[in-house]
Design a protein around this ligand. Sequence first.
Ligand code: 2HA
Ligand code: ZN
Length: 271
Amino acid sequence: MKDIMQAPFMIEMMRTTANMYRLGYDERNGGNISWMLDENEVGEYLGLSNVIRTIDTGFDATALAGKIFIVTGTGKYFKNVEFDPENNLGIIRIAADGRTAELLWGYSDGGRFTSELPAHLMSHIARLSIDPENRIIMHCHPDYTLAMTQVHEADERAITRTLWKQMTESIVVFPEGVGVLPWMVCGTNEIGEATAEKMKEYRIVLWTLHGIYGCGRDMDEAFGLIETVEKAAKQYILTANLPKANEITDENLLALTKRFDLNYRKDFLDI
Ligand code: 2HA
Ligand code: ZN
């Protein structure tokens, strides 16, 4: 067996959580990441028949039976992952009944996966139905995105248009726009179902007065989406109270969609 601490997915989880903590996206135990791993790759590092214990997921994830995920732990701090991954992360496999997670590695103090596992696994199911290559679901609490959900109308078309008009890159990076959920109780199956429904249409979902969900085929895509939305939201918060001298128009946005051949939300433009 190879040393799991050298596994590329382990190194990337440590680097990403540390980076997000330092960016201020994940205070205390805020945020969570789940990454669907390749079974053959995991098998190079772990005996796949060695189940440490089983944990009830509390919902039906039969569509993911047999799939293996590395997931941040509940109550665990992103800042600590790089120093003690075996305690702060876990590798789980969804059992055939769809309701049991088989722990293959990690959560070494007896812990369990993030309280947001329903939102993660339901979002994985939704995204895989749109993009079979999707692997990552990521949630965090970036400052400016969160601030924007306090002061901006929580309407998908309106908030997408505002984000697109903050900087040229926005529509290029998220041409499908952003989904928005109203404030809801977190950690529940209900917010999981609502997030997953939005994920069929968007790779970014804002949770009003809470944070953001992003997804992607790899860590760079999921994180890149979130940091781009956060940068646009920062521009909005920095300038919302100032008179605008220059603005990206709908014609400018249309020109970008042509230049970059974007599959964009046409009904989000006033053209
Ligand atoms: O894991 O961010 O939404 C802590 C959270 C819950
Ligand atoms: Zn959260």
